[in-house]
Design a protein around this ligand. Sequence first.
Ligand SMILES: Cc1ncc(COP(=O)(O)O)c(C=O)c1O
Length: 486
Amino acid sequence: MNKQNDYSVVLNNTLKYATDFLNKIDYDNVCATKSFEKLREDLKKPLNAKSEPPDKVISELVKDVDGGLLGSAGGRFFAWVIGGAVPAALAADWLTSTWDQNAALYACSPAEAVIEEVVGEWLKNILGLPQQTSFALTTGCQMAHFTCLAAARNELLKKHSWDVELKGLSGAPGIHILTNRLLHASVERAARFLALGCECIKPLEVNEAGQLKSDSLRTALEDFKDEPVIVQLCAGDINTGMYDNFNEIIPLAHSHNAWVHVDGAFGLWANASDKYNHLLKGVEHADSWATDGHKWLNVPYDYGYAFIKNSEAHKASMSLRASYLTHADEARDQFDWNPEWSRRGRGVSTYAAIRQLGTEGIANLVERCCKYAHDLVIGIGKLKGAEIIWEPKINQGLIRFVHPEIKYTEQENDVFTDMVIERINASGKLFVGGTTWNGRRCMRISICGWQTDEEDIEISIKAVDEVLHNVLSYSRLSHSMDSSRL
Ligand SMILES: Cc1ncc(COP(=O)(O)O)c(C=O)c1O
């Protein structure tokens, strides 16, 4: 087998497949166009006993997934919280796989270890976090929560003379998580992974803006006086982009010896911008922070970041020793800080994204996304049948569709909203999400992709206008025929 040739044919062709995909992303359908059954039929090949030429494998794969991919790398994808990948980050991600290093230890890959060391320092700088903070590059914010809360568990129980790494949780004092009721479910799942259990989570009252109320926190802290407590705060709610009042809440939590953890999956990036960093005033006083690279920094999946002020607790909860491992004296062994053992070079893509964008470019990316989210929500809000429920303060907004002529009940308008969302996505021009907010169905707009520009916003508003026009005409007609149906 000619190894050299094996690589070059498939990689050269793959470059073409990749650039073809990216070059048409602006014109292609943003939604999937192939049915579930067809995807299965195409992808479920008979399990082969004999080997296949690499280029055949890849060319067939490209053909078979066609129509089953969403345009989330493009400029008109506004569902969930999904960023694209800036070119340097994408290229670095390819190289990460090409180099195929096990970035567990300095000994396994000196360059990868140093890249992560550099990236950690840069990230703290960009995100405005204390320099002595330790960090881990994880697969995403979910595992960043896990890493942060593992350190919190270690430290809080240590204060109660309990070594959780040695003894586990059986017989340990119970940990309470006091939280803004807008808690993201990934924190709940981290609590489950750490055997803290969902019942330890106590959602507290919020004010009109959705921020945790200090009075309700004070009462809860009194209720759990002298018990181990984590106060969970929000830097960017998934529906509204709301931020807790860190300056008020963190000192209160600390006065009761609680550990403060911040979910800033995307919202922490607002600290990169002078225009938006006021939202994060005081966040640097927390004990741990979790965020993502694959959202607002626009690196590909899977890149998340955990930061922990108490590096001793962080290391104690993650590190271990085994006779066959080689540990560095001076360099940073990633293994000491991450939940994974073997892992890909998780710093490379982040390193490249930061270098490509620079701190000014990151600030500009954040500001652009916020502006476009605002323009899009305001633009759609002016259309007949659309109501703005949340005007974006950052990059998240909510719209509800309410029939302007037919007097539907709130429940019927919920159905109507979901129907419009479905039609918008089926148009293939843009892709949006749905959510339930304050008990009502809404369309969610979230913008964190670097590709989105003014033209995308114009095309999107026009597409929503067309959908609404068709839906309203149709529902008028069907209502006149049968008023019980939408
Ligand atoms: C606020 C928030 N926290 C946590 C997460 C989980 O992040 P990840 O999907 O990177 O694990 C998300 C994902 O959308 C999020 O929006």
